[in-house]
Design a protein around this ligand. Structure first.
Ligand code: NDP
Length: 329
């Protein structure tokens, strides 16, 4: 019995080529649980792994897909039995290990999380790693004291995957949300997700001139990094926190330490890949409880395995709006 998979191969000239191929189960990597994948999605890292690899993929041929949701087909681990609905994000699946761009995946039981009640496999991948990470960022801000009513919460890279879910989540939790975007045409989309203020990207991506500016933001989910994160640090309210999630605008941080020393600003690092199981469970349960499903629907577009080479290139150029749900079947 064969099944479909998007396979990336390395060519003799050192470039890579991704195409949908027939795959057999004996080629799947070792692992305790075989999952019949229903849906996957497209994240920035997937764009790298579908394309030239970005240093993430070591061995070819490779099946990318850093996250997936589906049902357990077979399990050698007592925690899972056939038919269980599961979701997987992180653990370098889709990078070092074959991932979710296939109708079957074999993984370690430790990497799976049971799908929470109220969330289908399709909805889980509309959330995906991007949305899961947005939830981790919001939880980190809350753990550091963020509450509704303290002032506007800034979301950078707002029309992207992490940003869209962060906007919808924060608005649903009762926060005033300011969305930073470089795509003015997404204003109606962002307002529909719950943003009450749109901040043009140009206003924030200049390098820091003054280490402190007006105290403006009660919190921030930052998907951009670089010069924008440096500017934002100097605009945070006293004692407020920034959750640093991404580097869509650069890995550098041309900042001063003054916001930390004079305003007690906190810079919170968010990693979704090695996140401990208990916190994963808590984040998925919070998503099921707090993310409005109509907003999730509004930010999602459907795709198939065959669409992935193009979508991978698009996300690297910052041209994907919201979330993509890949039906692998
Ligand atoms: P997307 O491409 O969907 O979104 C990124 C958004 O950032 C774009 O849509 C765009 O938003 C904005 N952007 C792009 N380029 C620039 C630029 N040069 N300057 C300023 N803004 C820019 O990616 P995701 O939302 O999936 O991921 C966002 C980031 O988070 C990535 O860097 C990703 O690697 C990282 N990430 C980190 C995780 C972790 O565990 N820490 C997990 C998941 C993602 P707009 O058009 O609105 O301006």
């Amino acid at each position: 019995m064969t099944f479909k998979a998007l396979v990336v191969e390395k060519l003799e000239d050192g470039t890579t080529k991704a195409a949908v191929q027939d795959m057999t189960e004996d080629r799947l990597p070792a692992g305790e649980v075989t999952v019949a994948v229903a849906y996957s999605t497209v994240n920035y890292k997937d764009g790298l792994c579908i394309g030239p690899g970005g240093g993430l993929v070591r061995n070819y041929p490779h099946v990318p897909g850093i996250d997936f949701a589906g049902h357990v087909e077979t399990s050698d681990d007592p925690r899972y039995k056939p038919g269980d609905a599961v979701v997987l994000t992180g653990w370098r699946v889709g990078e070092a290990h074959w991932g979710g761009y296939a109708q079957k995946a074999r993984v370690k039981a430790d990497w799976l999380v049971p799908l929470p009640d109220g969330l289908s496999a399709r909805q889980a991948m509309a959330v995906g790693t991007a949305g899961f990470t947005a939830m981790l960022a919001v939880m980190a801000l809350e753990d550091h004291g963020l509450q509704p009513g303290q002032g506007p919460v800034l979301v950078t890279g707002a029309a992207g995957g992490v940003g869209s879910v962060a906007v919808a989540l924060l608005a649903a939790l009762g926060h005033e949300v300011a969305a930073v975007t470089g795509r003015p045409e997404t204003e109606a989309y962002l307002r529909d997700l719950g943003a009450s203020q749109i901040v043009p990207r140009e206003e924030l991506n200049e390098t820091v001139k003054r280490p402190l500016e007006s105290e403006t933001w009660a919190g921030c989910v930052d998907a951009v990094g670089g010069a924008m994160l440096a500017r934002v640090l100097g605009q945070m309210k006293y004692g407020a926190s920034v959750a640093a999630v991404g580097l869509a605008g650069g890995a550098g941080l041309p900042a001063t330490v003054v916001p930390f020393l004079l305003r007690g600003v906190n810079l919170l690092g968010i990693d979704s890949v090695m996140q401990p199981y208990d916190n994963r469970l808590r984040a998925w349960q919070r998503i099921a409880a707090d993310l409005p499903l109509d907003k999730l629907e509004a930010m999602s577009q459907p795709a198939t395995l065959a669409d992935l080479p193009q979508l991978g290139a698009d996300i690297l150029k910052g041209q994907v709006k919201g979330r993509v749900v890949v039906d692998v079947n």
